[in-house]
Design a protein around this ligand. Structure first.
Ligand SMILES: C[S@@+](CC[C@H](N)C(=O)[O-])C[C@H]1O[C@@H](n2cnc3c(N)ncnc32)[C@H](O)[C@@H]1O
Length: 315
């Protein structure tokens, strides 16, 4: 097996064990595979301690217990009614379930995870919560099983550091977003002066430490993927020189100017297949777009209805 394959297998095994421990209530009080996570949880560094208890109060216990994140991406994602959201590495589903409440019945939330046991736990949690506007998909965050321009917002909580191919993850976030779509990510991020070896001294890959990008590497990677208005803000220290952080960015409405001049509107609009626009629960059917969405955005376009920002080619 290649080194990448070995790392991926150890990540999957670790999170399968955590899911099994949460699912088996008799194991949750012991020092099984969740012990390390629980210790950090107690310090409020990882897990449910990063959320306001009032916000998680309505969730199934199993969803809260399975929380393994290093922040709360919903604090920055500013989700709106009707939006479509993707959670990369959705685990036991805590952020998917919280997002489902924010986007309401006209919105939809997808969770992608590669660990079958986590998907089973997340689906059971959605059933316990009585939530129906969510879907958990088996897949890797380096090759997201959704079409181009499928969502308005990408969130993720302490997962990107676990990827062995981060440029692909950032490119996939860009691909699945509509133009104007945004990211709200929580992740572990290193201070710029720490070398990869120094990061590895502070914790293992599967513990979300050794694979962390530095702040500068994150910003460079987001820019290379095409994101604008990016920032990486440290929120709390998880190890010396390593921080829980919130990462934001936006997929531009138009492609950046090239040597050949700015991309023409039809070219960037092509990033969002028209067939998906009408199905998005937004304001414009593809027929509407053809007849009313000209080169300039009009407030009254498509009857003045207000779909989710970025979900319609005419806004
Ligand atoms: C640290 S846990 C975080 C889970 C969840 N986001 C939360 O806040 O509780 C990492 C999750 O990401 C999943 N994961 C790790 N690497 C992945 C990859 N390359 N593709 C898909 N899922 C991945 C794991 O299976 C696990 O469920």
């Amino acid at each position: 097996m290649t080194e990448v394959g070995t790392v991926r297998r150890s990540v999957r095994e670790r999170y399968a064990a955590v899911a099994a421990a949460v699912s088996d209530s008799s194991a949750t009080g012991c020092c099984g595979p969740t012990c390390a996570a629980r210790e950090l949880d107690d310090r409020g560094v990882f897990g449910a301690g990063r959320y306001d208890p009032a916000v998680t109060a309505g969730l199934p216990d199993e969803a809260v217990l399975a929380s393994l994140g290093c922040g709360n991406p919903l604090m920055v994602a500013e989700l709106r009614e009707g939006e479509r959201v993707l959670d990369l590495g959705s685990g036991g589903g805590i952020d998917v379930l919280l997002s489902a409440g924010r986007v309401g019945p006209s919105g939809r939330v997808f969770g992608v995870d590669m660990t079958a046991e986590m998907l089973t736990l997340a689906r059971a949690n959605a059933a316990r919560a009585g939530v129906s506007n969510v879907e958990f998909l088996e897949g890797r965050i380096e090759a997201v099983p959704l079409p181009d321009g499928a969502v308005d917002v990408v969130i993720s909580n302490c997962v990107i550091n676990l990827s062995t191919d981060k440029p692909s993850v950032l490119a996939e976030m860009f691909r699945v977003l509509v133009p104007g779509g945004r990211i709200g990510i929580a992740d572990v991020v290193a201070e710029n002066h720490l070398t990869p070896a120094q990061r590895a001294e502070r914790g293992s890959f599967v513990e979300c430490i050794a694979g962390a990008l530095s702040r500068a590497e994150y910003l460079d990677g987001l820019a290379a993927a095409g994101f604008v208005d990016t920032d990486v803000v440290f929120t709390h220290e998880v190890a010396p020189g390593m921080h829980g952080a919130i990462i934001r960015g936006v997929k531009p409405l138009a492609r950046a100017t090239t040597d050949a001049g700015p991309a023409s509107e039809p070219e960037w609009r092509g990033l969002l297949p028209l067939s998906q626009v009408g199905a998005a629960g937004g304001c414009c059917s593809s027929g509407d777009q053809g007849s009313c969405c000209g080169a300039s955005a009009e407030d009254g376009c498509c009857g003045g209805s207000t779909g989710p920002a970025g979900s319609c080619g005419c806004r």
